[in-house]
Design a protein around this ligand. Structure first.
Ligand SMILES: [Zn+2]
Length: 408
């Protein structure tokens, strides 16, 4: 629940969104953290007494959503070394600073998919309880990974059907909003092949069933093709990366209504800065080996009319927090989405990954999150990179945070 503010907010200007009221001359009103009106100015009720009117130069759009981040990681060259070198206190401070970096760039909600301890959950709870301003955080707690598997340093190592069900229960009990299943190997863990099969299907299903029964999401990290299919059959609600996708996988994704989170930013950042920047050679080689097939798979998913969401995998090498606009731009440039499809990927579709139909849109009754951007992202997705104002829960926050934080 957004923080309630004493002063109502009125925003007037061009209103553009993928799903929700639009108007060339629009008005949005926010009271006590929630939108009370969004639509044409001609039909708007009178502004409440004492309302603050936000100056608008540009287009009013919904706040962005990042469906895949790691708040405890800053984006240094070696993620594993960065995390293993710090304790929970330092990591929690990093998580909060990275949450703020996201918000300063217009990201009003993030989904954290794996942290060593309860760092992201702590930030999530502080924001939800109104003790801190920040983006809404939906955290997986610790990722569930297999012995010898990917990112044990961002999770817990489990084996067996019973252990997986119990692990999911414990993470949810400890405040996780969903669970993360590491179904295959990955790029950033030394000595772990990218496509290896980490878990049996029944192990994945045991954890997924616990989460789904609780109404929670199930994010599955998948790179290999068989792991992707296992994860979907086991009950994943989102696929992270989905590097290899064939016709059978496309049909499974369609049947189960799974959202694919492309995380193009992560691969592109490693390939652009990796060798010179000190990313371990093994990770660079793995990234090089999958770039082409990953792009092809995302095109296949898009061509089949399936949902793609912006998830940046922020925190991975040279991939700082807040880069949803850049991810949306890659979905246009590399995958061929239209600007309006990428705008939806960065708002309503990413919100679906969090199980939140009230995020990614500005509608009466929903949280009072919105941005003012220069240009209209429905025509030109780069407009999302030109954020002029950020409003979270009716409170203008962007400029304050930008002054506090060195933005990398
Ligand atoms: Zn990740």
């Amino acid at each position: 629940m957004p923080v309630a503010h004493a002063r109502p907010l009125v925003v007037r200007g061009r209103l553009a969104q993928p799903d929700g009221p639009t108007a060339p001359d629009g008005t949005v009103m926010v009271e006590a953290g929630r939108v009370t009106y969004a639509g044409p100015s001609g039909s708007a009720p009178p502004a409440p007494d004492g309302a603050y009117e936000l100056p608008v130069e540009g287009t009013i759009v919904p706040g962005l959503v990042d469906a895949h981040v790691h708040l405890t990681c800053d984006g240094g060259p070696d993620l594993q070394a960065e995390v293993e070198g710090l304790g929970p206190a330092a990591l929690t401070v990093k998580a909060l600073a990275n949450a703020w970096r996201s918000l300063a760039r217009g990201v009003v909600a993030v989904r954290d998919l794996g942290a060593p301890c309860g760092e992201a959950v702590a930030v999530a709870e502080a924001v939800a309880e109104g003790r801190l301003h920040g983006p809404e955080v939906a955290a997986a707690g610790r990722a569930l990974t297999a012995p010898g598997g990917h990112i044990p340093y961002l999770g817990r190592v489990e084996r067996g059907v019973e252990a997986m069900g119990r692990a999911a229960e414990e993470e949810l009990r400890d405040g996780a909003a969903g669970i993360k299943l590491v179904a295959t190997g990955g790029i950033l863990t030394r000595g772990v092949p990218i496509g290896n099969l980490a878990f049996e299907e029944d192990e994945l299903a045991a954890a997924a069933e616990v989460a789904r029964a609780a109404g929670a999401w199930v994010a599955a990290h998948v790179i290999g093709l068989e792991g992707t299919k296992r994860a979907v059959r086991a009950g994943a609600t989102t696929l992270e990366h989905a590097t290899f996708v064939d016709d059978e996988a496309v049909e499974l994704i369609r049947d189960r209504g799974v959202v694919t989170v492309a995380t193009l930013s992560a691969l592109h950042a490693i390939l652009r800065h990796g060798r010179a920047g000190g990313v371990p050679e093994e990770s660079v080689l793995k990234a090089e080996s999958v770039l082409e097939i990953h792009t092809e798979s995302m095109r296949r998913v898009a061509a089949a009319g399936l949902s793609l969401a912006t998830g940046t995998d922020a925190g991975t090498p040279f991939n700082p927090h807040g880069g949803v606009a850049a991810e949306a731009r890659l979905l246009v440039q590399e995958v061929g989405l239209s600007p309006s499809e990428a705008f939806a990927a960065a708002t309503t579709v990413a919100a679906r990954c969090l199980g939140r139909s009230d995020l990614g849109r500005i509608v009466a009754g929903g949280p009072g999150h919105l941005l003012v951007v220069e240009g209209d992202p429905g025509d030109d997705v780069t407009a999302l990179d030109r954020v002029r104002s950020v409003v979270w829960g009716g409170f203008p926050v962007g400029p304050h945070l930008a002054n506090l934080l060195p933005l990398s």
